[in-house]
Design a protein around this ligand. Structure first.
Ligand code: HEC
Ligand code: HEC
Ligand code: HEC
Ligand code: HEC
Length: 166
């Protein structure tokens, strides 16, 4: 029967796919995968070996003494780091230290004076009650005697580093 050929060809293709899958799988799956279920102890060392993209405020202290001082005297000093607003800055620290290949990552953010503030301060049901929240930008600005417009920023009124109202 002429149809057998088609079936054999199909089985051949399927066989090749299975072999390819097994070969690729052995190449990409780490050697210690499966020894402790889905958790791989090797992952800890691999993560530790990476350089942290977030540097923490102490890394900014020497070059940005003024911003640092205002921040240490302000309302964000306990929990909110420079990079919560300015984004991870490893690349910037390296660039400012003269490392030639230190370029900004493709996806990076910088402080806008409103986007990052809203992320933490606009009231949502899951927000921790300790964080003082505003109901909405418009309501807060109006309540505080300002005029709301699409270009309103929190930093129109709040100093970005002390958070005091100017
Ligand atoms: C080795 C010195 C150095 C260190 C360390 C450093 N900076 Fe800077 N930074 C500079 C200099 C110089 C400028 C101004 C030059 C420029 O704008 O490119 C600058 C500019 C900035 C700016 C304004 C321009 C921009 O990129 O948005 C921000 C914000 C900033 N730094 C944040 C930080 C933060 C946050 C840290 C800590 C994680 C940090 N910097 C660490 C030297 C440094
Ligand atoms: C609550 C958010 C927030 C935090 C936390 C914060 N910044 Fe900023 N920062 C801003 C905003 C908003 C601006 C104004 C927009 C801009 O220039 O990027 C700014 C501006 C700056 C600038 C530009 C010049 C200036 O002084 O205004 C530097 C440098 C800077 N920040 C460094 C820091 C450092 C260092 C820290 C931590 C010690 C820090 N920032 C913490 C929001 C923040
Ligand atoms: C990553 C979260 C986060 C971001 C981003 C953030 N805040 Fe905060 N903010 C907090 C927390 C948490 C506190 C309470 C102080 C603490 O626990 O350290 C606070 C405190 C404050 C306070 C003082 C409230 C009081 O106790 O009187 C003001 C005002 C404020 N933030 C405004 C801002 C503005 C304006 C921005 C943007 C420029 C901003 N925050 C960005 C989390 C954040
Ligand atoms: C028109 C000026 C103005 C603007 C714009 C503004 N604020 Fe305020 N904000 C105030 C004043 C005034 C207070 C009360 C005085 C104080 O607590 O220092 C205040 C208080 C706060 C508080 C403390 C609330 C409390 O319960 O004690 C937070 C948090 C806050 N603002 C966040 C923001 C955020 C986030 C933005 C931007 C989305 C913003 N503010 C924009 C004027 C303003």
């Amino acid at each position: 029967m002429g149809h057998n050929k088609h079936i054999l060809r199909l089985l051949g293709v399927l066989g090749a796919v299975v072999v390819l899958f097994v070969v690729v799988r052995t190449m990409v799956v780490p050697k210690d995968f499966g020894k402790t279920g889905h958790f791989r102890f090797g992952a800890i060392e691999e993560e530790k070996a990476k350089t942290a993209r977030f540097q923490g405020a102490d890394a900014c202290k020497d070059c940005h003494a003024e911003a640092f001082k205002t921040w240490t005297e302000g309302k964000h000093k306990h929990h909110i780091q420079c990079e919560n607003c300015h984004g991870p800055r490893l690349w910037h620290v390296r660039q400012m230290n003269g490392e030639p290949d230190a370029t900004p990552p493709k996806a990076y953010w910088n402080a806008t004076g409103i986007v990052e503030c809203k992320r933490c301060h606009v009231k949502t049901f899951e927000r921790a009650p300790q964080v003082k929240s505003i109901e909405s930008v418009q309501a807060h600005v109006t309540e505080m005697g300002g005029t709301f417009s699409p270009t309103t920023k929190c930093t129109d009124c709040h100093n970005q580093h002390s958070l005091e109202v100017k």
